[in-house]
Design a protein around this ligand. Structure first.
Ligand SMILES: NC(=O)c1ccc[n+]([C@@H]2O[C@H](COP(=O)([O-])OP(=O)(O)OC[C@H]3O[C@@H](n4cnc5c(N)ncnc54)[C@H](OP(=O)(O)O)[C@@H]3O)[C@@H](O)[C@H]2O)c1
Length: 261
């Protein structure tokens, strides 16, 4: 976390959405204004500025496109300097950026395993910590976890562990921030039809039994927003994944792992 002693706010009300250039991030940007109705601007964050501009071209509110690799300390600091210099009222923070690489832990390069932890956990943690001082009563944090958070996953080990971290952190934060009326929601979909899957299949293909549960990105995002603005701390899209969540709670991990892995 970068220390700051500025408090809310310059008067400008914003939504910050990471990974806004593709997949679910685009839909988070398209629909932000329907739920966070009081925002003046969307700040779209991602590595590829052209993709961010493309998203912005379909958003009716004013957008600021900020290219930043969240795993790069210097670029992260530049992003936070913009936040601190502007001192906005952050009404909505969507920590959506994330990566996954399928394959056994020892088969992946060490830096690939580290990058998953870095983007999915470290970047999300520090951005949340750096944004909270600029958030006020009634604001929302939406963290992209995954249904992978509910169970350890051989062949996707670091990814599933990183999403368990996001799930646990989000639930704890939702309690801590309740006093300030800042709402935190962990979004836990199963497979979603986005570029994520192609990128993840670098060493291994997705397991066949997951394919029937593939969801549409737009539907997952709309469900996430609805659940977040109801004040729920977890959003799980679809009956299949809700059943999986319950099964993972009541059955021993080992039993489920033997059945599916
Ligand atoms: N698709 C699924 O099956 C699924 C299921 C459950 C959860 N999720 C989670 O949903 C979130 C969104 O994924 P998606 O499915 O929409 O896939 P996606 O289209 O690949 O989106 C991932 C986004 O993360 C951004 N990103 C990756 N590394 C980054 C970095 N170092 N710095 C800044 N931004 C970075 C990418 O931005 P650039 O393109 O600009 O690099 C991209 O926009 C992720 O957290 C993912 O783990 C996905």
């Amino acid at each position: 976390m970068i220390s700051n002693n500025k408090s809310v706010n310059s008067g400008i009300r914003i939504a910050v959405i990471t990974g806004a250039g593709s997949g679910m991030g685009r839909y988070f940007a398209y629909y932000a204004g329907f739920f966070a109705t009081d925002i003046d601007e969307l700040w779209l964050v991602g590595r590829d500025k052209r993709k961010l501009y493309k998203t912005a071209s379909r958003v009716s509110r004013k957008c600021r496109c900020i290219s930043a690799d969240l795993s790069d300390d210097e670029e992260y600091r530049a992003l936070i300097s913009i936040v601190q210099d502007t001192a906005p009222d952050i009404r909505l923070l969507v920590n959506n950026a994330g990566i996954g690489i399928m394959g056994d832990f020892a088969r992946l390069k060490p830096e690939e395993n580290e990058l998953m932890a870095d983007i999915n956990c470290r970047a999300l943690t520090r951005l949340t910590a750096d944004c909270i001082p600029f958030m006020s009563r009634g604001s929302h944090i939406i963290n992209m976890a995954s249904a992978a958070a509910f169970l350890p996953q051989p062949g996707f080990a670091v990814y599933a562990a990183s999403k368990s971290y996001v799930y646990s952190l989000s639930k704890a934060l939702s309690h801590e921030l309740r006093k300030k009326k800042i709402y935190v929601t962990a979004v836990c979909p199963g497979c979603v039809d986005t570029p994520f899957i192609n990128k993840a299949e670098k060493y291994e293909k997705m397991k066949d039994y997951k394919k029937p549960f593939m969801a549409e990105a737009k539907k997952v995002v709309l469900q996430a927003y609805r659940d977040a603005y109801r004040g729920w701390n977890v959003s799980v899209y679809g009956a299949g994944m809700n059943c999986f969540r319950v099964a993972a709670k009541i059955l021993p991990d080992e039993l489920i792992l033997r059945m599916f892995f």
